[in-house]
Design a protein around this ligand. Sequence first.
Ligand code: NAD
Length: 479
Amino acid sequence: MYKNLIDGQWLAGPASSANLNPSDTRDCIGQYAQADAAQARAAIAAATAAAPAWGLSTPQQRFELLDAVGHEILARKAELGDLLAREEGKTLAEAIGEVARAGQIFKFFAGEALRPAGELLPSVRPGVGVEITREPVGVVGLITPWNFPLAIPAWKVAPALAHGNAVVLKPADLVPGSAWALADILHRAGLPPGVFNLVMGRGAVVGQALLHDERVNAISFTGSVGTGRQVAQACAARMARCQLEMGGKNPFIVLDDVDLALAVNCAVNSGFFSTGQRCTASSRVIVTEGIHDRFVAAMVERMRGLKVGDARKPGTDIGPVVDARQLEQDLAYIDIGRQEGATLAAGGQALACNEDGAPGHYLQPALFTDTTPGMRINREEIFGPVVSVQRAKSYEDALALANDTPFGLAAGIATSSLKHATHFKRHAQAGMVMVNLPTAGVDYHVPFGGRKGSSLGPREQGRHAAEFYTTVKTGYTLA
Ligand code: NAD
């Protein structure tokens, strides 16, 4: 039984849930505690008590702690990557990459603890000095999704602690193992009791307790648009600070002048790797007429060679879908695409088991062609390995199609034209733009986030994380 960490103590919950391997549903990773609202409130109380002293800890203390956490994560990346692949279903290589990223994030924010920024200015009034400083926000509630079980908790917890806040982390129910491992590392690194609390449990119980508790000064949420809306409403009602990272329907434009192999590599990577379960995945590929048919033929050919199988088996390109519910949703959208008149050019079949006979949630990646912008498969986030291709008359037409979406997280273009690449970077309505690169795959030291329906509030990661995890104070002194 893996327990919750509250006020420096490991506590069992009133219930527990089994963490199952989506590559082989007979494999149970462990039983993880499920907290009730009272346990969530106990964690908030512990964080509230611990926040003032942690807020006054020295930059050196915070640096050493976060650096040690980053060091341990990196040293154990093979083992933690195996756990991550086993509980979430991304391939071992992808999982180890995610763990390494989490370690690097802790190292980066260890450095940020040593670099608190301030400004000293002359006043507009004679004899007065002005200083601008940043202080911790206090207690932050962090609510994370299942698709990056370690990296997303890391990119919220590390800046929160670096900037002197106390934390209550509520990870996704489907993947508590990686978050538990992170809590264990933080605990053993010597954080004072209550500074970091792990409360595993259901969103409707633990998540709601965090949203509605006056003692939680700020909520950082990553997840679906529907839940994000509830988070924003709850925070607005009690004037709490909030940061939302939500869904995407990210476009990837392929222009006539492109190197075809590069375009196919980018589209396959962004559409299908990590089983398409990335908020930055490109599920809409917009292709100009001169290369459309050659591009589709090359995609179909490349997809034939993709091996779907056990996430931890060498040679697997695409692991299983995370659970039965998500698989059902993916298959429902594949049906919707067919009914809307799109052509299923490749894939789309569920496989009950892998080549070794292990039962899992397997899906052959799907490519739709002959799609139009109004189709639901082009408007709604599916969150699976399902990509649709749209035909565009020109670059200008492709850009208009790319921006025709309620989302705005990432957008990509494959082209050899500097003119079009430059224009696209300026005019794509997205928080992140990629030229001749997959839309998924980002650096850990720069801001991450989107616009329109994808994000709300300040950016995550890099130096910009301070915007959310600190509050600004302006001091005036008569000299
Ligand atoms: P989700 O919204 O179902 O759950 C996210 C978290 O919110 C979970 O911890 C869940 O338990 C909790 N939650 C659920 N209901 C709640 C409630 N009523 N009150 C409080 N908390 C509640 O999302 P998911 O299915 O775990 O994740 C997939 C979604 O996350 C996709 O839409 C994806 O695009 C998005 N995502 C976005 C980013 C980004 O940075 N933009 C990154 C990864 C995933």
